[in-house]
Design a protein around this ligand. Structure first.
Ligand code: CTP
Length: 401
């Protein structure tokens, strides 16, 4: 239910705008107050009068409306809501949002808000698949924007494919999920993810095969349970999830700094595959083959151990610290020793031998090692591992004072 919730609904210009009227009705039935904003293009499809009649609220259309600014400025309008919803979110609106444009009422509200934003994209399939839209969507997801749809199906333009706006009841459910109080509401959880890159010179680096998929799935599951997630990620293959605060880093030392800056946290999950060593003195200029006469010799220095550093903090240690153990032999025995050596509470251990396909693959087989013993989880998708771990974290924090 949405009782007492206030939703600012921005209606963009698309044939699907008619579904926004149904959405207003559904949201009001579920107890919400809906304040509609209709873009000039949106007004070609639905009239402010119909939106106002269904919402029983004033409808906003102009950025520079002196009466509105006197009664309620656009900053206040954008912050007065519990959630900002854009439906239909056209390619144009997504582009403006991704690039920080603020040249009309809708885009200015989206820039000015301090609340979460949920978009329901609607556009022709070619426009949805255009590289520019792909870039904008990836950027918006990284910014924490929530998405409802689009779905696949026949479109008003006669084509078929993804780009069709989700139905009003699906958007209403996504809005309820976004506003629900999960068991981790009010908890700050830090997650590290991805590989690190350790420079050799300005163009070369040492890396590992981590895709960042498992850390991303964990962060997404924690956010879905209502946690406030700080996601510190190395250069990963998969984009960061929606609804988390993303901090991008390159090296292990950058990652430690970002982690220390993000503390305090209630719990921390160290899923990153941090490079154990860095090149002792990375060259400031490109190492040349020509005329050097010999092969370059690399010498290494040890990187800080982020998990051990945080686990052994005397002050400000998160109440629950979870590490990973990527092993190729004696998985559980090595993980059990690793837990003791690093000083963390739990270790999620997995076998990353090439034959398992876990590094970079969609599935994972893990063992959860804690003070009480070892739990062997059956093989499952990385998404499911993320969900189970997030639920366990919620239970553990719930049991702690
Ligand atoms: N880790 C870390 N900082 C490092 C190295 C590892 O925070 N410099 C964390 C990882 O994020 C993971 C855990 O430590 O949660 C274990 O990583 P792993 O590479 O398996 O352990 P190592 O300490 O490198 O042990 P070994 O190489 O001996 O297996």
């Amino acid at each position: 239910m949405l009782a007492g919730k206030r939703i600012l609904l921005i209606i963009g210009g698309g044939v699907a705008a008619f579904k926004a009227l149904t959405l207003i009705r559904l949201l009001r039935e579920r107890g919400a107050t809906v304040v509609p904003v209709i873009t000039p293009a949106g007004q070609a499809f639905v009239t402010p009068l119909s939106a106002s009649a269904l919402a029983a609220e004033k409808v906003y259309t102009e950025l520079f409306d002196l009466t509105d600014e006197a009664e309620m400025g656009h900053i206040e309008l954008s912050r007065d809501a519990d959630l900002v919803v854009v439906a239909p979110a056209t390619a144009d609106l997504l582009g403006k949002m991704a690039n920080g444009l603020a040249n009309d009422l809708a885009s200015t509200l989206l820039m000015a808000t301090d609340k979460r934003v949920l978009v329901a994209p609607a556009m022709n399939v070619r426009m949805w698949e255009h590289p520019a839209t792909r870039r904008n969507v990836a950027q918006l997801r990284a910014d924490g924007v929530l998405f409802a749809g689009p779905t696949e199906g026949p479109m008003a333009c006669g084509e078929f494919g993804p780009g069709r706006m989700a139905e009003a009841d699906e958007i209403a459910t996504a809005i309820e999920d976004a506003l629900a109080d999960g068991p981790l509401k009010g908890r700050h959880v830090l997650v590290t993810s991805g590989p690190t890159h350790e420079p050799i010179d300005p163009v070369r680096y040492i890396a590992n095969r981590s895709s960042g998929a498992q850390g991303t799935a964990i962060a997404a599951a924690l956010a879905a349970l209502g946690a406030d997630v700080t996601f510190v990620t190395g250069p990963a293959d998969v984009p960061p999830p929606a609804g988390v605060r993303v901090v991008r880093v390159e090296t292990a030392r950058d990652m430690l700094e970002a982690v220390e800056r993000a503390l305090p946290a209630d719990a921390a999950v160290f899923a990153a595959a941090v490079a154990d060593w860095r090149v002792a003195s990375a060259s400031d200029s490109k190492i040349k083959k020509e005329g050097s006469g010999s092969l370059p010799a690399l010498s290494f220095a040890e990187n800080p151990d982020i998990l051990a550093t945080v686990s052994q903090m005397v002050e400000g240690r998160p109440r629950l610290v979870v590490g990973f153990a990527a092993e190729t032999d004696d998985v559980v025995a090595n993980a059990t020793r690793k837990r003791a050596r690093k000083g963390c509470d739990w270790i999620v251990a997995n076998d990353v031998s090439p034959a398992t396909g876990i590094m970079g693959g969609p599935d994972n087989t893990v063992h959860l090692v804690h003070a009480g013993g070892v739990e062997d989880w059956p093989p499952m998708s990385k998404t499911e591992v993320g969900r189970r771990l997030a639920n366990r974290i919620a239970e553990a924090l719930g049991d702690m004072p």
